[in-house]
Design a protein. Structure first.
Lengths: 170, 556
């Protein structure tokens, strides 16, 4: 097969560019500690909101789903359902989730009904929230401020109202 | 050889082509107009109360129409119609079983009606991804199965025709347009196995109440097994035109026939085993498999870059043959006054931006910033909405006159249509990209009514609306041209022939580029490697616990 020299050079340059991109993505991902959700465990959406179900805390009283494990180390169990996240749903009269600056927070989410999404604005935290699955990611908050988390998967007629707030206090 | 007995100017199956393309265009007319109302809503002007009068109950019902009609109906019907036109002419023989292809059309049309009625009744406002456990009326899913199965049968009609051609022409290289179209249909056949499995196993029995629960994570995985190659099913017919027809329309030749074939084989092999790059942030899939799919997705960059080179080089040959000089002087000499050419060339320019954005989406960690944000529709309006749709518009500017036997209604209006689409899409997609990347604005959301909306988003919503208004006008111009042509009294003076680009180098492509077996084996092997263990793990931990949810605010 005859290939023009110019096209061969273009192909090699494209491949080299690709390697550069892949290295940039790989190295930056490593340096910044990029994480994506990994399998945590299976649950039953029909019972996951009952106290103690499957060893998670999605069924605990809302205020007890924010758990301080040690100073500056938190776990938050957020139950997603049409159309609120609990805790943190300020639109439904819940308090925002509040942690001190410098805290490391592990977010656990699951859905009681349809598919939802969880995007914590201004951070790298983005996960799908599916019934039957537990989604988990960890972030450290070095900047005080208000962080909104929004549902970024269509979940029905009032999807656009589904959000909550995390406050990092100075 | 059948070269002596040339096909007649009109084929009996051209009527079938016309029906397919007519349905496709009706779909985008309705689906496209919904887009205008979405952008108005984002900019703070909610017109859905007015739309209630014509039966559109909500933003999300309109969005479902927009997505299903544009992304599934416009594309699939246009592509089947285009191939029904092009394959017989490329092989220089009529379809072997025209009745089979007519049957395929009827099945697709019945499926379309079955799926459309529940959408119009607002009992299937589940968007085109229809993620369970949000449940639509079962007819919506069954209708989709009919459309897919119909498109398979259309493919079988093409394969039978090709089989006969092959028997009569042993050792002859398959003409490029036929080969590329057939590869596209085979890729579609393989890809749709994912969505067919999802529908038949995990969705339809569950939606009918025959089983109590389904597994949303597994359903998503089957969906995206299909969902990514779906975009290549849209794109490859545009490539057929860019490689196989456009150089001829520009007065040039195909720069490299062999590389054009190689590109199609690579898309066959690489389109499917990359779907997990849509699921980087899914909980139930191990990171290692996500990384593997990221690498395989990156490899799709290579056939894309080969296409960029070969197509541009072919046009340069044309520009120079028309007297163009200098490094870029040939660009001005191209037939910009031909709306079919202008549409497709502008489609390619927008596709360059779309391709760069696609690389971003596939990049493992960049994806976290843009996943499910409005950046993504910004991206695919450059690919599906421009590279594909504007190319199909360009094809229509010769195909509609060919099928109707009428002269193109107005070259000037057609050119205005093409340029307004280009400019409108640049403005529109720029706004969406920035909203997604800088502000994390979610996609598929009635944003004008979102309590978390920020004032800083508004200028960009207005930018997107301005683009949307230009696109709406452009769409109206397109239908003016199409209807003006069909109902014109001016019949064609000279018959239109399908443009077929000759290669510069007439040496036949090597045999391995005209051989199905090695490429099918490679395709299946890559799918087994990339998907086998993931699917095995999900199936062995099947979690069929999600009951149908019908209280999502529409009457599912």
């Amino acid at each position: 097969m005859h290939v023009e020299r110019s096209e061969k050079m273009f192909f090699i340059a494209s491949a080299a560019l690709l390697v550069v991109f892949a290295l940039a993505v790989g190295i930056s991902g490593f340096v910044y500690g990029i994480q994506v959700p990994q399998p945590v465990g299976l649950v039953d959406p029909k019972t996951v909101a009952t106290p103690g179900a499957d060893g998670y805390h999605f069924g605990d009283p809302v205020e007890e789903r924010i758990r301080e494990l040690a100073p500056g180390r938190y776990e938050v169990y957020i139950l997603a359902q049409m159309w609120k996240f609990s805790p943190g749903s300020i639109g439904y009269g819940e308090d925002p989730i509040t942690v001190p600056v410098g805290s490391t927070v592990t977010f656990y989410l699951t859905s009681k009904d349809v598919q939802h999404g969880f995007k914590l604005q201004g951070t790298n935290i983005s996960m799908m929230v599916l019934p039957g699955q537990v989604s988990k990611l960890t972030a450290t908050f070095d900047e005080p401020g208000e962080y909104d988390f929004v549902c970024h998967e269509y979940c029905g007629a009032a999807h656009q109202t589904m959000y909550g707030r995390l406050i990092v206090e100075p | 050889m059948s070269a002596n007995n040339k096909l007649p100017d009109k084929l009996s199956t051209d009527k079938l082509v016309g029906w397919n393309i007519g349905i496709a265009m009706s779909a985008i007319a309705i689906g496209g107009s919904m887009g205008f109302f979405q952008k108005m809503e984002h900019a703070g002007i909610n017109l859905y109360n007015t739309l209630n009068a014509i039966g559109i109950a909500s933003y999300y019902q309109g969005l479902t129409l927009h997505a299903v009609l544009n992304a599934l109906v416009w594309t699939t019907f246009f592509i089947v119609g285009f191939f029904t036109f092009a394959i017989p002419r490329s092989l220089n023989r009529e379809l072997k079983y025209p009745k089979l292809n007519w049957a395929a059309f009827y099945i697709m049309a019945i499926g379309l009606v079955m799926a459309a009625i529940p959408i119009l009744m607002n009992v299937a406002s589940v968007l085109y991804t229809f993620y369970p456990p949000m449940k639509a009326n079962p007819f919506f899913y069954i209708g989709l199965v009919f459309v897919v199965v119909g498109s398979w049968i259309a493919g079988y009609g093409f394969y039978f025709t090709y089989g006969d051609w092959r028997k009569e022409n042993p050792g002859v290289r398959t003409p490029f347009i036929a080969l590329a179209s057939l590869i596209t249909m085979v890729m579609w056949q393989i890809a749709t196995l994912g969505v067919a499995t999802e529908l038949l196993w995990l969705v339809i029995p569950w939606s009918l109440g025959l089983v109590e629960g389904t597994d949303p994570q597994l359903a998503r995985t089957f969906f995206w097994f299909f969902g990514h190659p779906l975009v290549y099913f849209w794109l490859l017919p545009a490539y057929v035109s860019w490689y196989g027809m456009l150089p001829k329309q520009a007065g040039g030749k195909l720069f490299s026939d062999s590389l054009a074939r190689l590109v199609f084989w690579l898309f066959l092999a690489l389109s499917v085993p990359v779907g997990l790059h849509h699921q980087y942030v899914d909980p139930g899939i191990p990171a290692g498999w996500k990384v593997l799919h990221a690498v395989l997705t990156y490899s799709l960059f290579l056939p894309s870059m080969l296409t960029a080179f070969t197509v541009v080089a072919s046009l340069e040959v044309a520009g120079r043959a028309r007297g163009g000089k200098g490094l870029l002087g040939w660009v001005r000499k191209l037939p910009w006054g031909d709306p079919s050419f202008a549409a497709q060339n502008l489609a390619m320019i927008l596709f360059a931006f779309g391709g760069i954005g696609g690389l971003t989406n596939a990049s493992y960690n960049l994806n976290l910033a843009v996943h499910n944000t409005i950046w993504v529709p910004g991206h695919f309006h450059l690919t599906l909405g421009s590279a594909v749709t504007l190319t199909f518009f360009g094809i229509s500017f010769w195909l509609v006159p060919k099928l109707s036997g009428k002269q193109l209604f107005s070259r000037k209006v057609a050119l205005a249509q093409v340029w307004t689409w280009f400019i409108g899409m640049l403005i529109f997609s720029n706004g969406l990209h920035i909203l997604g990347l800088n502000f994390g604005v979610p996609r598929r959301t009635m944003l004008g009514s979102a309590p978390y909306q920020q004032a800083s988003w508004n200028p960009l919503f207005i930018e997107a609306l301005v683009g949307g208004i230009i696109l709406t006008i452009s769409g109206a111009l397109f239908f003016t041209v199409v209807l003006g042509t069909v109902f014109s009294k001016k019949t064609l003076e000279t018959p239109i022939e399908m443009p077929v680009a000759e290669p510069i180098d007439p040496t036949p492509a090597p045999a391995w580029l005209d051989s199905w077996r090695p490429w099918i084996v490679l395709t299946v092997a890559l799918i087994i490697i990339a998907y086998g263990p993931v699917l095995m793990a999900l199936i062995s931990n099947l979690n069929m616990t999600s009951p149908p949810i019908t209280g999502a605010g529409f009457g599912g």
